[in-house]
Every structure is written in C-alpha cells, then in structure tokens.
Write a protein that binds this ligand. Structure first.
Ligand code: DQA
Length: 145
C-alpha cells in the first residue's frame, strides 16, 4: 500500500517543542521509527510536513492518485481548518487523524476536531505510538476494502 503521512504546523520543531507534552523525538526520528516498524513492512511511504494550510491541501490533491491511505496529524489545524477537512473529503482516501497528546484532556479549544468526522478514526494521547496505532487501523481498513 502507498501511505501518505502528513504533519501540520509546528511539528517540525518536535524534540525541542514542549517535550513534556510532545516527547523528545524529532519529527525525522519519529517518521523513521514509523517506517521501520514491523507493521510498515512491505508498504511505501511519503512524508510531508508543512506550516501552511494551503500546502497541506495541495499535498492532499497532488498525492491523491498515489496514496491508498493517509495518516495525518493536522496539529492546530485540526481545531479549525474546514479547508483541510474539505480536502480530505474531496480526495476520498481512507484517512486516520493522529495526535501525540491527549487533545480531549487539554485546553477546551483542542477538544474539538473539525477533521475527525471525515476520518475513519482518531488516535490521540499515545505519544509516538499514536502514529503506529493510526497506521495499524488504516491498514486494517484498507485491506478490508
Ligand atoms: C497536536 C495537538 C494539537 O492541539 C496541537 O496544536 C499540535 C499537536 C498533537 O499531536 O498532540 O500542534 O496535534
């Protein structure tokens, strides 16, 4: 399967950004860990990170014929980007939303995701394991289709 992994704003600073919340791994370490996990064996990955809403939307559009599934951490865009929500809907590719932190037990504004309804699942609060769990859920769903 071809899996597109998208990371949103400020996730390029993982490792130095609030490590008590987001952990000590850099984004590159985290993505390499995911790609090297046993679950990932035999699948093809593309990794994108952007701090810009439009770039994330363009990536979804550009990769729509390549990707069989998407793992996305939209970061703060999760809480208000109807444009990213529409883009996920538009490309119509199975998508799992992931978050490192437990957004449901943080500030009020983080407890709402405008993305979740267009995703097959949301995995939050497991640290880097959220990505792995997200990948597992995604692969299970795709292989059923
Ligand atoms: C995050 C949670 C968001 O609320 C926040 O804006 C982020 C990261 C997470 O992975 O826990 O940037 O998506």
């Amino acid at each position: 399967m071809n899996i597109l992994v998208i990371n949103g704003p400020n996730l390029n600073l993982l490792g130095e950004r609030e490590p008590e919340i987001y952990g000590s791994n850099t984004l590159e370490e985290l993505m390499m860990w995911l790609e090297k996990s046993p679950e990932a064996t035999g699948h093809h990955f593309k990794f994108y990170q952007s701090n810009h809403e439009g770039e994330i939307i363009n990536t979804l559009h550009d990769e729509r014929h390549w990707a069989d599934g998407i793992v996305i951490n939209p970061a703060a865009f999760s809480h208000y980007s109807y444009a990213i929500r529409d883009a996920i809907s538009a490309v119509n590719i199975p998508t799992v939303e992931v978050h490192l932190s437990d957004i449901h037990h943080r500030e009020e504004f983080r407890q709402i995701s405008v993305i979740s309804k267009v995703c097959i699942d949301q995995i939050a609060g497991l640290g880097k394991a959220s990505y792995l769990e997200g990948l597992k859920v995604l692969l299970e769903q795709i292989s059923e289709d």
